[in-house]
Design a protein around this ligand. Structure first.
Ligand SMILES: *[C@@H]1O[C@H](CO)[C@@H](O)[C@H](O)[C@H]1NC(C)=O
Ligand SMILES: *[C@@H]1O[C@H](CO)[C@@H](O)[C@H](O)[C@H]1NC(C)=O
Ligand SMILES: *[C@@H]1O[C@H](CO)[C@@H](O)[C@H](O)[C@H]1NC(C)=O
Ligand SMILES: *[C@@H]1O[C@H](CO)[C@@H](O)[C@H](O)[C@H]1NC(C)=O
Ligand SMILES: *[C@@H]1O[C@H](CO)[C@@H](O)[C@H](O)[C@H]1NC(C)=O
Length: 569
């Protein structure tokens, strides 16, 4: 006798829990008997699932997806590195020791300390594995969350992986050090920086070595991320240590070429931070020793005010502070070269890539433009603020051309639609499309443009367009989502299918499918001027050269006024 899918769904919904053991706590002994019988039917003799790793055994728990009630196993809070405390604060991660007991991975561990909110813990180098079946050899998506390298944007993306599970994809989500803890740098070997990226690298190596124990195929790993997570995924594909270990990448609204992928004033920022904490020195050895003595909260607080002063004071939009840096070449450096030049030379893993943008990325900054208006007046006081840092030019005429193109004869924030247009292009469109043009001659590159304005993405739109992060609401399940309408459901189906097709086959549309009006998504052909793009909306459109006029405008600015070599673009 088998229990129907419907019954399983009801079983879960009635209790409004996704965890079977949680339910057990709530019910009486009489119903426990029924529960045991039910479990027998479902096919579990045990509620907990035990799996080996090279470090020791871990215990996960059986759970069910929210959609179809499909059973899967969640392993949460598996340590992939020693807690980065004491001498390991501001240092590269060190691998975890073996353990003898069975490691309890049935509960989430603490998340990393964030910049804007007083939450998280420095002891946070854990990963979560969600697997549909530990006995198979399934493709894997490793997910890197966004949040500008300083916070966790879309925390539901770290465990709301239900729709991927329903497509028989294993999802691993990785916690990495954020903000000052992940990215403090004095640009020397004492505090080289990039600790958060080094965490990610160690996590991917851990997954590559151990995922077969969880039903994963180590030869089928796709790195997927949004925003800073997309930047992270791409930096990983440029790292020598992962040669041959990654089979695909999905970059959602992020690239190593965005201006916020590289810190511009890390050393200044580090010493300003020291000063705020009473460490007046320009000696990095002293700074390191003293900052290791400070409490988590002292560092977090001081890094917040340093971030605000250095970032906004030093040139709004040109970069952020506690993010990746170019390290001096030394053993253990994550990267020392210029990303733009590396991409241009084809120095990265030539694996299939899916990359895209939402139609109005910077609409999420409207609130910020209002809240920090005084900083943005910089643009009116000094027109050179319009020049991207990576242009390597302070040419006033170029700055004037940029202002004329976007803002015209107004103040920077007087017309929010213009401000958002500028910020979207400057922070996302220009660098991400440049990434596409540089990468496509070397690797299969699938470009999307997400234009679907659904309620799930955003309820209250001030401007026409899809903002940063809206696609996450369709790809991941979040408790806040509630009931969704049929159009949104359809969009969820489409996005999940495209992503999973790519993760399984390296091609988002391996065959014609009604879901996509039988349209085939072709990779960008680098030999023509017609950049093919899959425009994802209620109906799929194949378009060419998205944001063409703006992209051509910037090409002209960079070719006439820019000075190579470029790091970002
Ligand atoms: C996996 O295989 C083991 C050993 O053969 C078996 O006990 C277990 O029930 C299987 N689990 C699943 C989810 O199929
Ligand atoms: C950090 O900042 C918060 C909020 O401003 C404040 O309440 C707290 O006392 C500060 N902690 C330290 C150690 O400075
Ligand atoms: C732009 O503003 C300046 C000063 O406010 C004014 O002199 C000029 O006529 C304006 N130009 C246009 C084209 O509106
Ligand atoms: C803002 O600028 C756009 C053109 O870029 C124009 O269409 C719109 O009417 C302007 N809005 C306001 C409130 O002036
Ligand atoms: C919707 O947006 C408008 C305009 O920004 C705002 O006044 C209103 O409070 C918003 N409503 C909700 C529910 O967020």
């Amino acid at each position: 006798m088998r229990i129907s899918d419907n019954m399983r769904v009801n079983f879960r919904l009635v209790h409004n829990f996704r965890s079977v053991p949680d339910i057990v706590d709530m019910i009486t002994t009489k119903t426990i008997l029924i529960y045991v019988v039910l479990c027998g039917f479902i096919g579990y003799s045990e509620q907990k699932v035990r799996v080996k790793t090279q470090y020791g055994s871990v215990k996960g728990k059986n759970v069910y997806t929210v959609g179809k009630g499909k059973a899967y196993v969640a392993f949460q809070g598996i340590p992939y590195a020693k807690p980065p405390l004491g001498e390991l604060r501001f240092a590269a991660p060190v691998s975890f020791d073996r353990w003898d007991h069975v490691y309890d991975a049935t509960k989430p561990k603490s998340t990393c300390v964030e910049l804007y909110e007083n939450k998280g813990n420095e002891d946070c180098l854990y990963l979560n594995i969600f697997t549909p079946n530990i006995n198979r050899s399934l493709p894997i998506m490793i997910w890197f969350h966004g949040g500008a390298f300083v916070f966790i944007y879309g925390s539901h993306t770290l465990n709301g992986v239900d729709y991927f599970i329903e497509e028989d994809v294993i999802v691993v989500t990785v916690h990495y050090r954020l903000g000052v803890f992940g990215f403090l740098s004095t640009e020397d070997e004492t505090i080289p920086g990039n600790f958060g990226l080094k965490d990610q690298l160690m996590a991917v190596e851990w997954i590559h070595k151990n995922i077969h124990h969880f039903g994963g195929n180590p030869n089928k790993i796709t790195l997927v991320g949004q925003s800073a997570g997309a930047v992270s995924a791409q930096y990983l594909t440029m790292h020598k240590r992962l040669e041959g270990k990654i089979s695909g990448i999905i970059q959602q609204s992020g690239s190593v070429l965005v201006p916020w992928a590289l810190s511009r004033y890390p050393r200044t920022g580090a010493y300003v931070l020291g000063g705020k904490l009473g460490v007046s020195t320009t000696d990095s050895t002293i700074l390191l020793k003293e900052l290791r003595k400070k409490s988590t909260e002292e560092l977090r607080n001081a890094s917040f005010s340093t971030h605000m002063e250095v970032v906004f004071g030093g040139g709004t939009f040109n970069s952020l502070l506690f993010i990746p840096v170019r390290e001096p070449p030394h053993k253990g450096s994550y990267f020392s070269s210029m990303a733009f030049e590396d991409l241009k030379r084809g120095e990265f893993k030539r694996i299939p890539k899916m990359i895209g943008i939402n139609s109005l990325e910077a609409a999420f900054m409207i609130g910020e433009f209002q809240a920090f208006n005084k900083y943005y007046q910089n643009y009116d006081q000094n027109i050179r603020r319009y020049l991207p840092n990576d242009l390597n030019s302070r040419n006033e005429l170029a700055a004037k051309l940029i202002k004329d193109h976007y803002i015209g004869n107004h103040s920077f924030t007087s017309n929010i639609s213009n401000t958002v247009h500028f910020a979207s292009d400057d922070q996302f469109v220009r660098p991400i499309l440049k990434d596409v043009y540089l990468a496509s001659p070397f690797a299969k590159t699938y470009l999307y443009h997400f234009t679907y304005q659904g309620n799930l993405g955003k309820r209250n739109r001030t401007l026409n367009g899809v903002e940063h992060g809206e696609e996450l609401e369709y790809l991941f399940y979040g408790k806040h989502q509630g009931n969704i309408d049929n159009d949104d459901k359809k969009m969820r189906e489409k996005l999940v299918k495209l992503w999973c097709n790519f993760i399984k086959t390296g091609n988002p549309t391996p065959s014609k499918d009604d879901l996509f009006n039988n349209q085939i998504w072709e990779p960008v052909n680098a030999d023509t001027d017609h950049t093919t793009c899959f425009e994802i909306d209620k109906k799929i459109n194949i378009i060419e050269n998205p944001h063409r006029e703006d992209v051509e405008f910037w090409e002209k600015i960079y070719s006439e006024y820019g000075n190579r070599p470029f790091d970002t673009y």
